[in-house]
Design a binder for this molecule. Sequence first.
Ligand code: NOJ
Length: 557
Amino acid sequence: MKTGWYKDAVFYQIYPRSFCDSNGDGVGDIRGIISKLDYLKDLGVNAVWLSPVYKTPNDDNGYDISDYRDINPEFGTLDDWKEMIAGMHERGIKLVMDLVVNHTSDEHAWFQESKKSKDNPYRDYYIWRKGRGKDGKRPPNNWSSRFVGPAWDYDETTGEWYLHLFSKKQPDLNWDNPKVRQEVIDICNYWFELGVDGFRCDVITYISKVAGLPNGKWNPVMCGDEHFVLGPNIHEYLNQVNQNAWSKYDTMIVGEAIGCKYVDAPSIIAESRNELDSAITFELMEVDMWMNFFPLKLNLPKFKAVQRGWQNLPKECWNTLYYENHDQPRSITRYGNGYGIYRKELGKMLAVSYFMLRGTPYVYEGQEIGMTNIALKQEEYVDIMATRIFTIIGKVAPFLMPIAHWAMSKRARDHARTPMQWEDKTGAGFTTGKPWMKINRNLGEINVKNDLANPNSILNFYKKLIAFRKGNEVIRDGEFIEYFEKHRKIYCYERNLNGHRYIVICNFAEKNVSLNVDKIPNAQDAELIIHNWEGQQQKLGVSIRLRPYEAVVYEIK
Ligand code: NOJ
């Protein structure tokens, strides 16, 4: 059934809460998305990844689902959703939904049943264990939640603990139970029947835990990883869902592959394995981040080495290319001088640097206009990750608070979740009410309306790049060859299909950099086809001088 349509797709990720609010309650919604479908079509994207819109108590903004078959009333109704998907399909846009099945919400009916008694039919849908110690009041093992603190919570009713690798309101499902796997298959088929084109599978690399749940090597934030990242039965489980749901329709299944390095990737994404079609890697995000939230200085040679590893995977593996999503800070602030004088050049350079690689590129809402991180006071952070970090550090090591503040000002997930800046007016054209989260003060300069009107805007540059990629076989299938691998400021690579070549050179520094390009074969025949600086452009001769954040693409035929 599969055509591999995603290999020619450019994705746009919508975080519905922050995208567009149609009814003035301050929260983005499905009718808001419907009102922006022409915008997406005009941008040129042909697929959307929609973060969760299912029923949820919102402990983790929808990544805690209490009903997999219904829509969060804050976002609208199933009828609104049907209108939305029809509108997307009319415009040639595929819809990929988030599938969060490593865990549910603790308010899901399965968990409500499961906690009632040890012999409840739903007990084994989750992972329950006795505690350690004489009175069983210590958690069953030392694993930590990815939101900091122990990964277990005690439940009085039955005197046992349940596992939650995220918040205590997100109990982990027990995938070793065949009934759970059948539920997942049924959920997928339910949405496929309604027309969904695929799923982005949340933390799918965590679903299989080592039997006996042994203690992990000590680590304050990520303890236990070695016992559940790509765990013992993951291939069997993915294969089963693939056979009974994912491969029965023309879908794309991309897994959030937390903890999966490029060396492991073929085991879950190679076509012949019949598991996932592609993986959203964290490896690139970890180059300048320690323990999930602590910022490190970008080391470009390391960053390039990780990209290279993924680019050089066997041909039957397909990449997911991204710099931003709802969990990551804004790339323009992360990889460069954010809201500086070269913001536009920087935003465009970053776009070029990953759009020319092999794989499917994703653009996260607001990235196409160069939205930046936001300055927040402690009480203005709303995401569970930042607020828990502040609470826990405040309790156990208050002297570390300044460091926690600094880390969150760079890495909190809140930066990606500020409302979309559509226009320069109160509410940013996002809402007519009080926004659920603070809007960035720079909306006067950074907004869609401005960018649409300016031919040299980041938005119009994205449009050109997206159009350029469409149907471009060199970008889709060409070989990847890298130059200046060790260079600390320049990212330079070639894509080559049967002698049709693109040479991509990106300056990641905010200063001029001169480069001797005599290593690049036939550079003197190259014709400049894409550039991000206005004004006079240069030929690619023996050497080239790149301006701050300059990006150039040359073609050789
Ligand atoms: C990954 C999601 O992207 C993130 O937002 C969420 O908090 C965790 N998985 C838990 O579902």
